[in-house]
Design a protein around this ligand. Structure first.
Ligand code: UGA
Length: 446
């Protein structure tokens, strides 16, 4: 750093903290990011990024002058605006664990100058109010509090920060709201000014609505399978209605990640703690759990009992372009397959599951993973899998069965390459997509 006092301090060098710090540095601010893990800070100081996020390494390199990493509290609290980007994982009850947030608040020294604490971590509604009272009680009334939730998707977090659909700024005073909004001015994005509780709820409700869309389209997919319709065509037909829009209508084997599972349960729990039974959200979560497990039934339909069968799980990360395995459907699938007595071979280009999955074989290439397999399951829609339906793969497999959990492949192409193909919500029999006359001939031949 140039020796100037940082303009921005960031608590937490996880996904959100690193993206926030690097992007503010890119916008020209002096930023200091503080983490309590010395090994993480040392790695960052040495230029090693502890996670896979496209574009982030380049930002860190380009802005090295303006961006420092530290374990020291003094350095981060010298900034007039401090972003809280610490984890809020679920507790056993499903409530968000705010201990890291409270560590930050309780360790704030008695700052001489005016400062603003900005909450980016996802927290239950009411947290801001409680933090405000705690700050006041400690004689820190001159420390402002702003809720500024993040809407960063892993894999596209840098782009999401730099070109946001909107920014949400919830504050107790106009001055605090204005100071935080001013930081984002170069991004030229719509700013939603709200009270603190509403800003907190916007974040939880946005995630819950996105989950609802996915569970909705997954249930439509399941009904498509039962009735012979194709969910891809249905999603296109729905999405072109401008009132509905095309996003988050990709049917698949369910959502995972560090946000939806945790935030869904946290909102459900928040409602329930307040005496409200959030029926729809409960169903949305349950549909997702069932969706991950439907893959087992589909495999059994083709292979019978799975004991002794070899299944290749292709993709382990909860989505492409990240190495994040938190709540990834692959983990549920692998465990269920092992419990059924199957042999599981896995491949992922970046995610390393060796610490979380036992009893599976990790392979370095797709070809290695599918060799001798009775089925290949596309779990994560990595680009590398777009060419899965190849001659090389077909001859390497014991049985050429592809279960496409992300509807990544063209069913007709896969079938004409000699594979048995089954996607999600797509007619599973080739007969369903043949013209009527061909279909009859096919049936007669059979
Ligand atoms: C999500 C939100 O999209 C962000 O706006 C939010 O800021 C973030 O959570 C958070 O709370 O921090 P993220 O979990 O990184 O971001 O990833 P998404 O792209 O939302 O995907 C979540 C899961 O939904 C993935 O498993 C993905 O495969 C699945 N998905 C997504 C579908 O199954 N179908 C879709 O159409 C879209």
């Amino acid at each position: 750093m140039s020796g100037e006092k940082p303009a921005i301090g960031v608590f937490g060098a996880g996904w959100v903290g690193l993206v926030t710090g690097a992007c503010f540095a890119e916008l020209g601010h002096e930023v200091v990011v503080r983490d309590v893990l010395p090994e993480r800070v040392e790695a960052l100081q040495a230029g090693h990024l502890p996670l896979h996020e496209p574009g982030l390494a380049e930002l860190l390199e380009r802005n090295g002058e303006r961006l420092t990493f530290t374990t020291e509290l003094d350095e981060v609290v010298s900034a007039p605006i401090m972003f809280v980007c610490v984890g809020t994982p679920p507790t056993y009850s499903g409530d968000a664990d705010l201990s890291a947030v409270w560590t930050v608040v309780n360790h704030l020294p008695s700052l001489e100058e005016r400062a603003i604490l900005v909450m980016k971590s996802t927290v239950p509604v009411g947290t801001g109010e409680t933090v405000r009272s705690a700050l006041d009680a400690r004689g820190l009334a001159h420390v402002g509090y702003v809720s500024n939730p993040e809407f960063l998707s892993e894999g596209s977090a840098v782009r999401d920060f730099m070109s946001p659909d909107r920014l949400v700024v919830g504050a107790f005073t106009e001055a605090d709201a204005g100071a935080v909004a001013a930081l984002y001015e170069p991004l030229d994005a719509p700013i939603v000014r709200a009270d603190v509780a509403s800003a907190e709820m916007i974040k939880l409700a946005a995630n819950a609505f996105l989950m609802t869309r996915i569970s909705f389209i997954n249930e439509i997919a399941n009904v498509c399978e039962a009735t012979g319709a194709d969910v891809e065509q249905v999603a296109k037909g729905i999405g072109l209605d401008h009132r509905l829009g095309p996003h988050f209508l990709r049917a698949g084997i369910g959502w995972g990640g560090s946000c939806f599972p945790k935030d869904g349960v946290a909102l459900k729990q928040l409602a329930s703690n307040s005496g409200y039974h959030f029926q729809l959200l409960n169903a949305v979560i349950e549909v997702n759990e069932l969706q991950k497990r439907r893959v087992i039934g589909k495999l059994e339909k083709h292979l019978g009992k799975l004991r002794g069968k070899t299944i290749a799980l292709l993709g382990l990360a909860f989505k492409p372009n990240t190495d994040d395995l938190r709540e990834a459907p692959s983990l549920v699938l692998a465990s269920r397959l092992l419990a059924e007595g199957a042999e599981v071979r896995t491949w992922d280009p970046v995610a390393d599951a060796s610490n979380v999955l036992q009893g599976v074989t990790f392979c370095d290439s797709v070809l290695d993973a599918v060799t001798g397999a009775d089925a290949a399951v596309i779990v994560t829609e990595w680009d590398e899998l777009k060419t899965l339906a190849s001659e090389e793969v077909r001859t390497a497999m014991r049985r050429p069965l592809i279960l496409d959990g992300r509807n990544l492949l063209d069913p007709e192409q896969a079938r004409s390459a000699g594979f048995d193909y089954e996607g999600i919500g797509r007619a599973s029999s080739p007969l369903a997509s043949l013209p009527e006359t061909e279909e009859r001939e096919h049936q007669l031949e059979a």
